[in-house]
Design a protein around this ligand. Structure first.
Ligand code: ATP
Length: 961
C-alpha cells in the first residue's frame, strides 16, 4: 500500500503562485546581499524568519519561488554556508572505549588477584596477570571497534532525499545538498530536511516532538507571527527534523545544518543505538547467574584446598581466581557483538539495512511475512493493457515505458480519434497525473524511457503517447489550477484544469469502486447518461481476473473556480468515463523467495490496496498458499476481534486493504504467537510497522515516516531481500548458538582441570597462569571465528527458531558436560602419564596438558561448525577461512608458549618432542571422533537431547499436524 505521493504528487509549477518579485522574471536581489547578489551569512543567521512576510523572506534570500536557485547561486551559497549536515555529536573517544574495557567483573577479579600476588612477592605471576588483563582489554577494544565500524557504515547508507525546485524544475536531491534559499516541497511522510519558512501550504500538519517534545500534530499557516513567539507557536515555519503528518507545502530554506533549531539543541541529536539485543540481555543475565555459581565453586575449592589439604592459602587464592576466570564465559558478549555486527554488514550487502539491532535476531524467528504487493512482490513496472470504455474493449500493444504500440478492438486495429470515448479517457489519465516520462541514455541506440514519479501514472503517459497525444501540449492547452494528491486511504487523485476559454473541469482517477461511488452518470457516445454500476463492476472483475491492476477515470465540468475540495469531488456528481487495466508482472525472484519461505516454515501473506481479483491472480502467480479465499478491507472491518486471529492465519491474500487494516492484522497474528514481519511505505503505515516484530520499509518508494518506524529498510524494495535477510538472521542466530556451544564446554574443561585436582588433593596439572593463558588465547582466537561462519545448507529448510528458547537447553548442558569430561580426561591423562614418569618434569607434563587441552579445543571448534552435519568433509575442515586463520594463530601461539625461552620462564613451560605433540593431537582427534559420533546419533534421531536439529520444517509441521 503506498502513498505514491512520495514521488508523484509534489506540487506542480501551476500550483505555486506567489506574490513575490517573481513576476518580473528577475530573481530578487537580497536585502542584505553581497556584491554578487547572494545573501550575507551574518544576515541570514540572525534574522527572525517567522516574523517576516513571505515577500520579505524571498527577497532576503534572493530567490524566485517559481524558479528556485540557479546552479551558480547554489555553488556560491554552498561555499559560504557549507553542507546541510549536523556536526557529529560528542562520540566516545578511543581512550574512553579502551578504558571501558576494564569495567568488568572478571577484570576486577584479575586485578585483585594481581595485586594480591604482587603483595606476596610473586612478581612473575603478578606480571603475567597484569599482562593478561591488558591483552584482554586490547582485544575487547579491537572487537568493539570492529562492531561499531560495521554498524556505522550501514547507518551511512540511509541518507535522505529532498524535493527542491532549482532552475525552474523540481528535482530530487540529497538533503545534505540544500542551501539557504532553496525552494523545497514537502508532503505527508517527509522529514523536514532543513528549517523552512512556509510559503504555500495545503492542510499542512507537522509533528514537532523532536524539537518541542509535543507529540500532537501542529496545524501550520503561512502568516508571520510575533517576533518573540515560542518555537511551538511559529506556525509559518517547518523545522528540520520534524515530521510532516498530513498535507503538502512549499517552503524556502532559511537555515541548514547546525544553524537549524534542532542543530542548536545539542544532546537531542543523536539517538544512540545501543548494542544490546534481547538475546544479549538474556545472555548478560545468564552470565551473571553463572558467575555467582562459579564464584561459589571457586570459593569452595579454595576452602577445600586450604582447610582439608592444608595448602598454601596464597597459592589456593590464585588457583581459585583462575578457576573463576577460566569458567566464566567472559568472552561471550564480545563474540555476540561482533557476530551481530557482521550479520548487519552482510545483510546490508544483500540490500537489507538494519536500523534496530534486535531485528537481526528477530528476523531469524519470523514465522509470517506480510508483504505489500506493488513493487515488493511485483516489479512496479506498469503498462496499460486494457482500455475499457462504455462501448468498447480495447487492447493495448507494447510493454514497458517505450511509447510504441497500437490499439486493437475485436482483434482489429483501431485508431484512437478525437470524439471517441477512449480519447477523452486517455486525456483524463494524462492530465490527472503527476509523473513524467524521461528519456535516458546518450544516443538513440542506447536510450530508453524511464518514469519519474508513480509508475502507475507514468503508464498513463505512455498510453497517451501511443494514442498520439503530446503530453507537453496537453498541459499547455489544459493547465492545472489545483489538485488533490493520491493517497492509499483516499484511493483517488483529482485535478482541476481549464481550457483558457473559461471551461473548467475536474478530472478524477482512482480505484474503480471508489470512483463509481462518486459518479451519478456515465459518458456514452451521446453524452452523459444513466450509469450501470453493476455492469462496470463486472467489467472490472473481468479485467482484474487477468491479474491486471485497475484504474477508473471520471470527470465533472464545473463553472469557473480555482480550487477543489474533497467534499466537492466526493459529492457523487461525477461522470464515469471508463476503466484502465494495467499489467505489473510479478518479480521472478519473488516467486523463488516465496517457495524458499514456505520450505522454511514461514507463511507469506500479501496485503494490497489492489482489487481482490487482481490480488488473487498475482498471488497465484507467486505461488502463495491459500489463494481461494481473498478478504477485502471492507470484509475485514466486519470481522470481530475474536474471529480475526484465526482468519488472519487462514487467509493469505488481503485486498483493498488500507494501513489501519494492516495494524489490526499484525495484532491478530501476534495474538496467535506469530512473529510478524510487515512491509509498508506510506506515512500511515508507521503504526503497523512499529507494532510488527520486524517492521520493514522501502528504501526507494517509502516515506521517511515509514523508514523511521521500521526496524529494517529494503534498499531495493524487493521481497527477495526480506527472504535473504531472514536467512542471514537465522545464520546469525545459529552462529551465536554455536559460539555458546563452543565456549561453554571449553571453559568448563579449563576450570574442571584445576578444580578437580585441588578437590582431590593432587598436584595441579595446569598452573593458574597457564589456565589464564589458555582461556585468553582460545577465547579470542577460536571463539570469535563463528562470527564469520556461513549459513548451513539447511538454514532455510528448518522451521523458525522460537524466540523465547532458553539459552541453556538440555542439549547445551549435555554438550558442556560431555566435551568438558573428554577434555578433562584427555589433558589429565597426558599430565599423569608424564609427571615424574621416565624422568619427566612437572613443567613438561603441564606443557603437555595445556597443549592437549588446546588441541582438543581446536578439533572441537571444527565439530561445532555444523550442528548436526558431519564436519569431516573437506568443506567442514577448510570451509571457513577465519576458522583456519584462528587455528593457525592459535597453533603459532602454542608453539611460542612451548618453545620460546621467555615463555618457558614466564609460564614455566618446557619444550616438547614430536611424540608428545602426537599425543596432544591424539586428544584432539579423540574429541573430534566422539563428538562426530554423537552428531551421527543425533542425525539418526537417537540422541536424547538433540532431536531438533534433524527435523526439516515440513516434516516437523506435518508431524505436529
Ligand atoms: P500495494 O498496497 O500492494 O502497494 P497498491 O499499490 O495497489 O498495492 P495503493 O497504492 O493503496 O495500493 O492503491 C490502491 C488503488 O488505488 C490501486 O489499486 C489503484 O486502483 C488506485 N491507485 C493507485 N495509484 C493511483 C494513483 N496514482 N492515482 C489514482 N489512483 C491510484
Amino acid at each position: 500500500m503506498s502513498d505514491k505521493t512520495a514521488h508523484a504528487d509534489r506540487e506542480s509549477p501551476e500550483q505555486v503562485h506567489i506574490a513575490a518579485e517573481s513576476s518580473s522574471g528577475q530573481p530578487p536581489r537580497a536585502t542584505g546581499s553581497g556584491a554578487d547578489g547572494n545573501p550575507q551569512r551574518a544576515d541570514i543567521d540572525t534574522r527572525k524568519w517567522h516574523a517576516e512576510s513571505i515577500d520579505d523572506t524571498l527577497r532576503a534570500l534572493a530567490v524566485d519561488a517559481d524558479e528556485g536557485l540557479s546552479p551558480d547561486a547554489i555553488e556560491k551559497r554552498r561555499e559560504s554556508f557549507g553542507r546541510n549536515q549536523l556536526s557529529q555529536g560528542a562520540q566516545r573517544t578511543m581512550l574512553q572505549r579502551f578504558i571501558s574495557q576494564f569495567d568488568n567483573l572478571f577484570i576486577y577479579l584479575l586485578l585483585v588477584a594481581g595485586v594480591v600476588t604482587a603483595l606476596l612477592g610473586e612478581w612473575l605471576d603478578s606480571g603475567v596477570i597484569f599482562a593478561v588483563v591488558l591483552i584482554i582489554a586490547i582485544i575487547g577494544f579491537i572487537q568493539e571497534g570492529r562492531a561499531e565500524q560495521a554498524l556505522e557504515s550501514v547507518r551511512d547508507i540511509l541518507s535522505s532525499d529532498a524535493f527542491a525546485r532549482r532552475g525552474g524544475r523540481k528535482r530530487k536531491i540529497d538533503a545534505k545538498e540544500l542551501v539557504p534559499g532553496d525552494i523545497v516541497h514537502l508532503e505527508a511522510g517527509d522529514r523536514v530536511p532543513a528549517d523552512l519558512r512556509l510559503i504555500r501550504i495545503r492542510n499542512l500538519q507537522t509533528q514537532e516532538a523532536a524539537l518541542t517534545g509535543e507529540s500532537t500534530a501542529v496545524e501550520k499557516k503561512t502568516d508571520p507571527v510575533e517576533e518573540n513567539a515560542d518555537l511551538g507557536d511559529r506556525l509559518c515555519m517547518a523545522y528540520s527534523g520534524t515530521l510532516v503528518t498530513a498535507g503538502i507545502a512549499t517552503g524556502v530554506v532559511t537555515a541548514i545544518g547546525d544553524r537549524t533549531e534542532i542543530g542548536r539543541i545539542s544532546g537531542l541529536l543523536k539517538d544512540v543505538e545501543t548494542l544490546r539485543t534481547p538475546l544479549m540481555q538474556r545472555l548478560d543475565a545468564f552470565t551473571k547467574v553463572l558467575s555467582v555459581v562459579i564464584l561459589g565453586i571457586a570459593a569452595l575449592t579454595f576452602a577445600v584446598g586450604v582447610l582439608i589439604w592444608g595448602r598454601d592459602w596464597a597459592e589456593m587464592f590464585f588457583a581459585a581466581v583462575s578457576i573463576a576466570v577460566a569458567a566464566i564465559p567472559e568472552g561471550l558478549p564480545a563474540v555476540m557483538t561482533v557476530t551481530l555486527a557482521i550479520g548487519v554488514e552482510r545483510m546490508a550487502r544483500r540490500n537489507a539495512i538494519i536500523r534496530r539491532l534486535p531485528a537481526v535476531e528477530t528476523l531469524g524467528s519470523v514465522t509470517t511475512i506480510c508483504a505489500d504487493k506493488t513493487g515488493t512482490l511485483t516489479r512496479n513496472e506498469m503498462t496499460v493493457k486494457t482500455v475499457r470504455s462504455g462501448v468498447r474493449d480495447i487492447a493495448v500493444e507494447g510493454v514497458g515505458y517505450e511509447p510504441r504500440g497500437g490499439f486493437t478492438s475485436d482483434e482489429r486495429d483501431l485508431e484512437i480519434e478525437k470524439g471517441m470515448l477512449a480519447h477523452e479517457m486517455i486525456r483524463a489519465g494524462l492530465l490527472c497525473n503527476d509523473a513524467e516520462l524521461v528519456r535516458k541514455g546518450e544516443n538513440s541506440d542506447t536510450s530508453f524511457w524511464e518514469p519519474e514519479g508513480d509508475p502507475t501514472e507514468a503508464a498513463l503517459i505512455v498510453l497517451a503517447c501511443k494514442a498520439g497525444f503530446s503530453p507537453d501540449q496537453q498541459h499547455k492547452d489544459y493547465p492545472r489550477l489545483d489538485s488533490i494528491p493520491f493517497s492509499s486511504e483516499r484511493r483517488y487523485m483529482a485535478t482541476l484544469n481549464h481550457d483558457h476559454e473559461g471551461n473548467h473541469v475536474i478530472y478524477v482517477k482512482g480505484a474503480p469502486e471508489r470512483i463509481l461511488e462518486m459518479c451519478a452518470s456515465e459518458l456514452g457516445e451521446d453524452g452523459p447518461g444513466e450509469i450501470d454500476k453493476d455492469a462496470w463492476m463486472a467489467r472490472a472483475d473481468a479485467i482484474a481476473g487477468h491479474g491486471q491492476r485497475l484504474l477508473a477515470v471520471a470527470k465533472k465540468d464545473v463553472s469557473e473556480q480555482f480550487e477543489i475540495t474533497e467534499g466537492e469531488v466526493e459529492r457523487g456528481e461525477l461522470v464515469f468515463l471508463g476503466l484502465f487495466g494495467l499489467m505489473d508482472p510479478a518479480r521472478e525472484e519473488a516467486i523463488d523467495s516465496v517457495r524458499v519461505c514456505h520450505e522454511a516454515g514461514i507463511k507469506v501473506k500479501m496485503i494490497t490496496g489492489d482489487h481482490a481479483a487482481t490480488a488473487r491472480a498475482v498471488a497465484q502467480e507467486l505461488g502463495l498458499k491459500h489463494t481461494d479465499k481473498v478478504i477485502t478491507g471492507r470484509e475485514l472491518e466486519q470481522i470481530s476481534d475474536q474471529d480475526l486471529p484465526q482468519m488472519a492465519q487462514d487467509v493469505d491474500v488481503f485486498a483493498r486493504a488500507s494501513p489501519e487494516h494492516k495494524l489490526r492484522l499484525v495484532r491478530a497474528l501476534q495474538s496467535k504467537r506469530e512473529i510478524c514481519a510487515m512491509t509498508g511505505d506510506g506515512v500511515n503505515d508507521a503504526p503497523a510497522l512499529k507494532r510488527a516484530d520486524v517492521g520493514i520499509s522501502m528504501g526507494q518508494k517509502g516515506t521517511e515516516a515509514a523508514r523511521e518506524a521500521s526496524a529494517m529498510v529494503l534498499a531495493d524494495d524487493n521481497f527477495a531481500s526480506i527472504q535473504r535477510a531472514i536467512e542471514e538472521g537465522r545464520t546469525v542466530y545459529d552462529n551465536l548458538r554455536k559460539a555458546i556451544l563452543f565456549i561453554l564446554p571449553t571453559n568448563a574443561a579449563q576450570a574442571l582441570i584445576v578444580a578437580t585436582a585441588i578437590m582431590a588433593g593432587l598436584v595441579l596439572p595446569v598452573s593458574p597462569v597457564q589456565i589464564l593463558w589458555v582461556n585468553m588465547i582460545t577465547a579470542v582466537t577460536l571463539g570469535i571465528a563463528f562470527a564469520w561462519e556461513k549459513a548451513e545448507g539447511n538454514v532455510m529448510k528448518r522451521r523458525p527458531q522460537p524466540v523465547d528458547e532458553p539459552l541453556l537447553t538440555p542439549f547445551v548442558i549435555w554438550r558442556t558436560l560431555f566435551v568438558g569430561a573428554i577434555l578433562l580426561i584427555g589433558a589429565g591423562t597426558l599430565f599423569l602419564t608424564h609427571n615424574d614418569a621416565d624422568g619427566g618434569t612437572l613443567d613438561y607434563a603441564r606443557t603437555m596438558a595445556v597443549n592437549g587441552l588446546v588441541m582438543g579445543q581446536i578439533f572441537y571448534l571444527l565439530n561445532t561448525r555444523y550442528f548436526s552435519a558431519p564436519a569431516w568433509t573437506a568443506e567442514g575442515i577448510t570451509g571457513n577461512r577465519v576458522v583456519l586463520i584462528a587455528i593457525g594463530v592459535c597453533i603459532a601461539l602454542q608453539l611460542l608458549f612451548t618453545y620460546a625461552p621467555f615463555m618457558n620462564l614466564l609460564f614455566e613451560t618446557a619444550p616438547l618432542d614430536a611424540l608428545a605433540w602426537a599425543k596432544c593431537i591424539a586428544v584432539g582427534i579423540v574429541v573430534f571422533v566422539l563428538v562426530e559420533a554423537e552428531k551421527a546419533l543425533a542425525r539418526a534421531g537417537k540422541h536424547p537431547f538433540a532431536r531438533d536439529f534433524s527435523q526439516p520444517a515440513e516434516n516437523k509441521a506435518n508431524r505436529e499436524a
